[in-house]
Each structure stands twice: as C-alpha cells, then as structure tokens.
Design a binder for this molecule. Sequence first.
Ligand SMILES: [Zn+2]
Length: 163
Amino acid sequence: MNMSNTITKGKVVGFSYHLKNSQGATLDQSEEPLLYLHGEGNIIPGLEKELEGLKDGDSKQVKVSPEEAYGTYDENLVFQVPKTELPPEADLEIGMEFQTDTANGRMVLYLQEIRENDVVLNGNHPLAGETLHFDVTIKTIRDATAEEIAHGHVHGPGGHHHH
Ligand SMILES: [Zn+2]
C-alpha cells in the first residue's frame, strides 16, 4: 500500500471546503486550497481528526460539534466597556478585534455593539456554539520539509508568510 498520498502526521495537506451552519447557511468557502500541516493543530481539532487517512482527491462531509470547533458560547465572555477605556485612535467598527492579555493568556475580543458611551465586546469566537458542516475535497498531499516540521506550520505559497 502506497502511504505517500495518505493524510498522516507530518503531511502538508491542501483542501478546498464549503462550510455551512446547522441551518444550511454558508459561513465560508475556500477559493484556493487551504494548506495546513497535519497533526500540529493548525486547523480545528474536529476537522483534523476526520481528515486523517484521506487520500488525494477524496471528498468528505464532516460535521464538527462546537466543542471540537470554536467552543461553546460563554455568556461570561461578554463585556460592557466604556469608550474611554478603548484606544483613542480606534476607528470603531462592528466585528473589529481587540487583543487583551489575561491570566490565561492573550484573548481576542470582537466588537459586537456600539452605544453612546460604551461598547459591547465579546470574547466568544464568532462561530462559538455553532455545529459546523464541512464539504471537504483533498487537493494536494506532500511530505513536510524539516523546517516546516520544526516550525509546526506550512511555508511557501498558501502557507504562513511571517518570516
Ligand atoms: Zn515558519
């Protein structure tokens, strides 16, 4: 059996996808194949697990629970913040992200609502609480380079370009 084009830890995988919520509404769709390094937590755990063992050209429907995607929705992560506590140069726009350092590490807050004197910031990921339905097609599978393995992510076209 030829394992070279099977998704296992240490493979760089390119896949296209169509993502819908439980109501069937499209949440996201890839134009170009998304590249990731399998086995390194580059993508949500529920999806990575289901892609294990697939081959080049395979298609699969994958349903991912919130627990294995972007988490369950937590009411305690919704904060009302006076505008005076925000960076004065911030050009407020619904959906913009703020980063804040907490005891549990860095946290991203999304601007949910703008009021007269304060704003509502939400620490839940926009897809928190959603069961995700993916239609995935595997486009490419290759061995990762030693450097990619060492970094834990993909380099080159479609990968990270941070260095
Ligand atoms: Zn790198």
